[in-house]
Write a protein of this length. Sequence first.
Length: 134
Amino acid sequence: MATEGLITLRSAFGPEETMKRLEAEVSAKGLTVFAHIDHAAGAAAVGLPLRPTDLLIFGNAKGGTPLMQAAQTIGIDLPLKALVWQDAAGVTFLSYNDPHFLALRHGLDDGSKATIEALSGALKAISEKAAKAP
């Protein structure tokens, strides 16, 4: 199930609880939630089945703007996104883009290293709190 540039954690919770925990952690870190997209609801609206698949789009300008100043194309991958989804066996996962992969994809140099490290650490902490049992 490995996809280049994607970090995926197995959640100890169902999709709804994982998303609730994710949104709470994002807010607790002072980040803005820009959108919550329920792909399964969209699929159901057109009569198509889709297991739980929820996307959260979040971030803040203080963290993202310096990256876009270094390489505007990274704006296609910002704000940050996290996907909560359930596989065919009923297991819930949380996936997000690896900031190091995004830096490589957009050709960011060492001048952005500290920001990428901070984003990576924050995403890891947020995701682990959302997906792992206390």
